[in-house]
Design a protein around this ligand. Sequence first.
Ligand code: NAD
Ligand code: GLY
Length: 372
Amino acid sequence: MSSPEQTVQVDLASRSYDISIGHGHLGTIGSLTRSWLQLADEQPLKCLIITDTNVMQPHATAAKQSLDAVGAETRVIAVNAGEGAKSLQEASDLYDQLVDFRADRKTIVMAVGGGVVGDLAGFVAATYARGLRFIQAPTTLLAMVDSSVGGKTGVNHPKGKNLIGAFHQPAGVLIDTATMETLPEREYRAGLAEVIKYGVILDVEFFDWLEQNIDGLNRRDPDVMRHVVARSCELKAWVVREDEYETKGLRAVLNYGHTYAHAFEALSGYGQLLHGEAVSIGMICGSRLAARLGRINSSDTERQAKLLTAVGLPVEVPSAMHDQHDAILNCMLLDKKTVAGDLKFVLPDRIGHVETIGGIDSDTVLACLAGD
Ligand code: NAD
Ligand code: GLY
């Protein structure tokens, strides 16, 4: 069943684009692509669709059918599902596919999948022939509310996540929330951590609304999903417009909870704790840190923990990590916000507002692994 679509604009001068949000409108991606690229019906359209083995059926196939129906020449490549696909080797294989497909400067790359597919396909689009136009059709909640918007693309280096990458804005993003009907429960809930994060960092009214719609969130009610995705995209679009290349400090607010989370993810072994689960725990540690520094009331930490718990997310640091102080600090020192060994944290001073704070001693940072 489809319902009217809503459009959020990402306002970036010549790199501006639309995010089309709907429920059941993936089948319009062919005509939307022609419209976004300002291609008349008779003009050729060639598109390499990159997806993964879990998303191929039915979503990438539906996107291909829609493109075929508007006269496009298409090829679909499914990479293995999972973070392992975000590698230079996989990117190189995709360059080979583009050569074999006789791609030219007008060929489009389309990502149909989660953040892994989006980051990988975006990186290939950014680098092949010095840049091909790129369309995103995210199919996880995390990709819908975060990774498909804002132009960060990249692959992992064996020594670190996302170390190789480029900014490359898409020409359009189609978010069909119905594609989440096949998304595993745990992946869906992990995406909710990023949604709740937007409320804490930027929008107390959105946070209030999430608290009032827990049942709809847990049932994946389409109207609730629509608002969740649209409001999150509006907030992310605003941040990206103000600080596209993360040079002004604003875009860093999106990293609330992430300094702790990166350490938890790395120590649990990537894949054990999903990124959103680690962010959920990391937000609570960050909020505890803000409370210790006298920046926020502990009741605001409890409010966040209550909402995160209500949507099935973990909020306590796994007990195996409680004593791994050196390892946690070492992981945190690799965080992108760390400058000359000074750990920086995005910390709330109330629900709806955060600041980046440095100069915090490591004992205080570690004391927040456990609640009082
Ligand atoms: P993912 O892409 O690995 O998807 C999670 C799992 O869900 C995979 O197994 C995938 O095959 C499956 N899946 C996806 N959509 C599905 C659907 N509709 N139905 C059934 N299964 C489906 O993970 P993710 O959480 O979407 O993204 C994580 C990646 O995003 C990380 O690599 C992270 O670095 C990146 N990321 C990038 C940005 C950015 O700004 N570029 C922001 C946040 C995260
Ligand atoms: N997910 C962080 C960013 O886009 O900047």
